[in-house]
Write a protein that binds this ligand. Structure first.
Ligand SMILES: C[S@@+](CC[C@H](N)C(=O)[O-])C[C@H]1O[C@@H](n2cnc3c(N)ncnc32)[C@H](O)[C@@H]1O
Length: 220
C-alpha cells in the first residue's frame, strides 16, 4: 500500500486484467488494485484494523463466491499463488453465470492456481468437491437475497477452524428484510451471530460501493 493506493505484485508481468495501471520496480511489477471496483480493496482502505487480519495468506486455500469476471480474484491470485503458482495456493472461483465463468476460464489459463466453477454458491455440495481441503479464506460477494443465511451455511461447512470468512453485504439485495439499510445490516449481523460465527469487524465501504458493508468473520 502506498499512500491511499493499493498494489499487488503482478503474477503475470506485462498484463493487466481490467486495464489497471502497472508500474515497475526493478524486477518486480506492481498492479494497481482499484477500491472502486473491488470490495476487498475498499475494505483495505476502510478497515480500522490491520488489513493483514482479513487478507489471505500466501499458499492458502481460498473460496471466492461470486467471482464475476475475476478482477478481485486476480489480485487475490497475486497474493496467494504468485507467478506460475510457485506458492502452491488454490483459489476456487464460483459463479452462476456461464458468461462470467468463460472469462474466469480464460484468466485461469494464464494464472495457475485458479479453478473456475460454474455452480450455484447456495448449494454446498456443488462447491465442496473442488476444494482440496477446508478453505482458509472465503469471500462471498453474491447479488442474491438471503445473503446472510447462505454465508452461515458456507462458513459452517467449508471454512477451516482458523480461517477467515468475509461477507460483502449489499443492503438492497436483502429484499426479504423490512426497513432501511442499517436495519438490514443489523438483521444480517444477528443471523451470523446467532449461528455462533464471530464477527471481527464490520467495515462500512459505502464511500466506494453504495449500500455495502463488509463483515469480517471467524469460526471462533
Ligand atoms: C457483485 S458481483 C461480484 C463482483 C466480484 N466479486 C468482483 O469483485 O469483481 C456478483 C456475482 O455473483 C454472481 N452470482 C449471483 N448469484 C449467484 C449464485 N447463486 N451462485 C454463484 N454466483 C452467483 C453473479 O453472476 C455476479 O457475477
Amino acid at each position: 500500500m502506498i499512500g491511499k493506493s493499493i498494489w499487488t505484485k503482478n503474477a503475470v508481468k506485462g498484463i493487466s486484467v481490467r486495464g489497471e495501471r502497472r508500474r515497475r520496480e526493478g524486477k518486480i511489477e506492481w498492479r494497481n488494485w482499484d477500491p472502486n471496483k473491488s470490495k476487498i480493496a475498499a475494505s483495505i482502505l476502510k478497515t480500522k484494523n490491520n488489513p493483514e487480519i482479513f487478507l489471505p495468506k500466501t499458499g492458502s486455500t481460498c473460496l471466492y463466491l461470486g467471482s464475476s469476471m475475476g478482477g478481485t480474484v486476480s489480485h487475490i491470485h497475486d497474493i496467494v499463488c504468485g507467478s506460475n503458482n510457485h506458492h502452491n495456493g488454490q483459489i476456487v472461483a464460483v459463479d452462476i453465470s456461464p458468461r462470467m465463468i468463460k472469462d474466469m476460464t480464460t484468466l485461469s489459463e494464464i494464472r495457475d492456481g485458479i479453478f473456475p466453477v460454474l455452480a450455484d454458491a447456495r448449494i454446498v455440495g456443488q462447491i465442496a468437491p473442488f476444494l482440496r481441503n477446508h478453505a482458509d479464506w472465503i469471500h462471498q460477494d453474491l447479488s442474491i437475497a438471503d445473503q446472510a443465511h447462505t454465508f452461515v451455511k458456507i462458513i459452517s461447512n467449508l471454512l477451516s477452524s482458523k480461517g477467515i470468512g468475509i461477507l460483502s453485504l449489499k443492503a438492497a439485495s436483502e429484499r426479504s428484510s423490512e426497513g432501511d439499510d442499517n436495519s438490514r445490516f443489523q438483521k444480517a449481523q444477528k443471523i451470523i451471530m446467532d449461528s455462533g460465527i464471530r464477527i471481527l469487524e464490520r467495515i462500512n465501504i459505502s464511500s466506494f460501493e453504495d449500500q455495502h458493508e463488509v463483515f469480517v468473520c471467524s469460526k471462533n
